[in-house]
Design a protein around this ligand. Structure first.
Ligand SMILES: *Cc1c(COP(=O)(O)O)cnc(C)c1O
Length: 381
C-alpha cells in the first residue's frame, strides 16, 4: 500500500535550489540558450557582463571571476606574492579550503581562535598567533579572516592589526557575498576579497564558480594573468606561473540572472533568521549579528549541549540538520603540523562540539519555519 505523506511530515529541504530554479524559470533557460547559440564557452561576453554587475553590486573597482572559491583564494595569494616561509593567519573553525589554499601556495597557515558569539576571528587570539608565528621563524605575511555563516568578520580591526605588522588582508567571503559591514557590502574592506558560487552558497551557480574582488589595479592585473596561465601580452607570452582559473560562460549567464534577485533573497533569509531567533532564543544559543553588521545567513547555526540527540529527533520529524564544522582544521591530519595561537583553540573546540545548522534558504515558507521551530523546541524541551 502506498504510504501517504502528510504535508507536515514531508521532509524539509535543507536548502532548496529547485524552488529558486522554478522562480527564475525561463530567464535562466533563455540566458543559457544564448550561450549555446553564440558558443563562446570560455570568456564569453557574459563573463565580462557578470564582472561588471558584481563590481556594481559590491562596489569593488575590479571583479575577476574564476573557477571556484578555493582557486580564488589560491589566485589571491599568488597575486600578492605569498609563498614558502610566509605565515598566513586564518581560523581553524572554517571550511578546509581557507587553510588548504595557504598550503597550496607553499606558505604556512597559523591557526587563530574565534569569538563564540560571532564565530569569527578573535582579535586577542590573532595577537597571540602573531607572536607564535614570529617565534616559529615565519615571515608575517597575511591574515585571511573568514565571514563565517554569512556574517562579516571585524574587517577594520583586522586591517589595523595587519597594517601594524606589515601584513596584508585577504578576506574569505565565500559565505558572505552580499553581507554588509558598517553599512557597505563586503568586497572592498580588504586588499583582496574572494568568494564562491558553489551551488549551496548564498549566491550559487549551476556548477563551480568563484570571484576575486580588489580595488588595487596591480593586483587585478596579476589576477587576470594568473587566471590564464600567467599570460602576458598575448596567449603565448607567459610572464608568471598561473593556472586554468576561468569561470565558464554558461555559469556567468546563470549568475547574471540570479544576481538580479539576490538582494530580495537576502531579505527573505533575514526575515527567516529573525523568526527562528524569536522562536528558539529561550531553548538554544541562537546566532547574533553584531550591530553595524548584516548577515546573508549562509547557515543558521545554533548551539546546544546535546547536539546529536537533537539531530536524531529532528531527523525523525523530517527536519534535516548539518554540522559545520565537526572537526576543526588544526585537529585534521594534513594541518596538525602547523602552528596554533597560544596553547590551543578552546573556543574553536567548544563550538565544533556544540554547533548544529538548521534548514535555511530564501524559499522556506512560514508554516515550514514553524515546523522547524516546534520540532527543535519539543526535542530540547
Ligand atoms: C565554500 C568555501 C570555500 C571554497 O569554495 P569552493 O567554491 O567550494 O572552492 C572557501 N572558504 C569558505 C569559508 C567556504 O565556505
Amino acid at each position: 500500500m502506498k504510504q501517504h505523506m502528510r504535508a507536515d511530515q514531508a521532509p524539509v529541504p535543507f536548502i532548496d535550489i529547485a524552488a529558486q530554479r522554478k522562480r527564475l524559470g525561463k530567464s535562466i533557460d533563455d540566458a543559457v540558450a544564448k550561450v549555446l547559440a553564440h558558443c563562446q564557452f570560455i570568456m564569453g561576453p557574459e563573463v565580462r557582463q557578470l564582472e561588471a554587475d558584481l563590481s556594481a553590486f559590491c562596489g569593488a573597482r575590479h571583479t575577476i571571476s574564476c573557477s571556484n572559491g578555493t582557486d580564488a583564494l589560491i589566485m589571491a595569494q599568488m597575486a600578492t606574492g605569498i609563498g614558502p616561509g610566509d605565515a598566513v593567519l586564518c581560523p581553524s573553525f572554517t571550511f578546509c579550503a581557507t587553510a588548504e589554499s595557504v598550503v597550496c601556495v607553499g606558505a604556512s597557515p597559523v591557526f587563530v581562535d574565534v569569538d563564540e558569539k560571532t564565530f569569527n576571528m578573535d582579535l586577542a587570539s590573532l595577537d597571540r598567533a602573531i607572536e607564535d608565528a614570529k617565534r616559529a621563524g615565519l615571515r608575517l605575511k597575511a591574515i585571511i579572516p573568514v565571514d563565517l555563516f554569512g556574517q562579516p568578520a571585524d574587517l577594520d580591526a583586522i586591517a589595523a592589526v595587519a597594517k601594524r605588522e606589515g601584513m596584508i588582508v585577504i578576506s574569505d567571503a565565500a559565505q558572505s557575498l552580499g553581507a554588509t559591514y558598517k553599512g557597505k557590502r563586503v568586497g572592498t574592506q580588504a586588499l583582496v576579497t574572494t568568494t564562491s558560487f558553489f551551488p549551496a552558497k548564498p549566491l550559487g551557480c549551476y556548477g563551480d564558480g568563484g570571484a576575486v574582488f580588489t580595488d588595487d589595479d596591480k593586483v587585478a592585473e596579476a589576477l587576470r594573468s594568473i587566471r590564464v596561465h600567467g599570460q602576458g601580452a598575448d596567449k603565448y607570452d607567459n610572464v608568471r606561473i598561473g593556472m586554468t582559473g576561468r569561470l565558464d560562460t554558461i555559469q556567468a549567464a546563470v549568475l547574471i540572472e540570479k544576481l538580479k534577485i539576490f538582494q530580495d533573497e537576502i531579505e527573505a533569509r533575514n526575515r527567516i533568521a529573525a523568526r527562528y531567533a524569536e522562536g528558539l532564543k529561550d531553548v538554544a544559543i541562537v546566532p547574533q549579528v553584531a550591530s553595524g553588521y548584516g548577515s546573508v545567513w549562509a547557515q543558521y547555526t545554533i548551539r546546544v549541549e546535546k547536539r546529536d540527540a537533537l539531530a536524531a529527533v529532528l531527523s525523525t520529524r523530517g527536519v534535516p540538520t548539518a554540522i559545520y564544522y565537526p572537526k576543526p582544521l588544526h585537529r585534521q591530519e594534513p594541518y596538525k603540523r602547523y602552528p596554533v595561537a597560544g596553547n590551543g583553540l578552546p573556543v574553536t573546540d567548544k563550538l565544533a562540539a556544540e554547533v548544529i545548522s538548521l534548514p535555511m534558504h530564501p524559499y522556506l515558507d512560514e508554516p515550514t519555519q514553524d515546523r522547524v521551530i516546534s520540532a527543535v523546541r519539543e526535542a530540547l524541551g
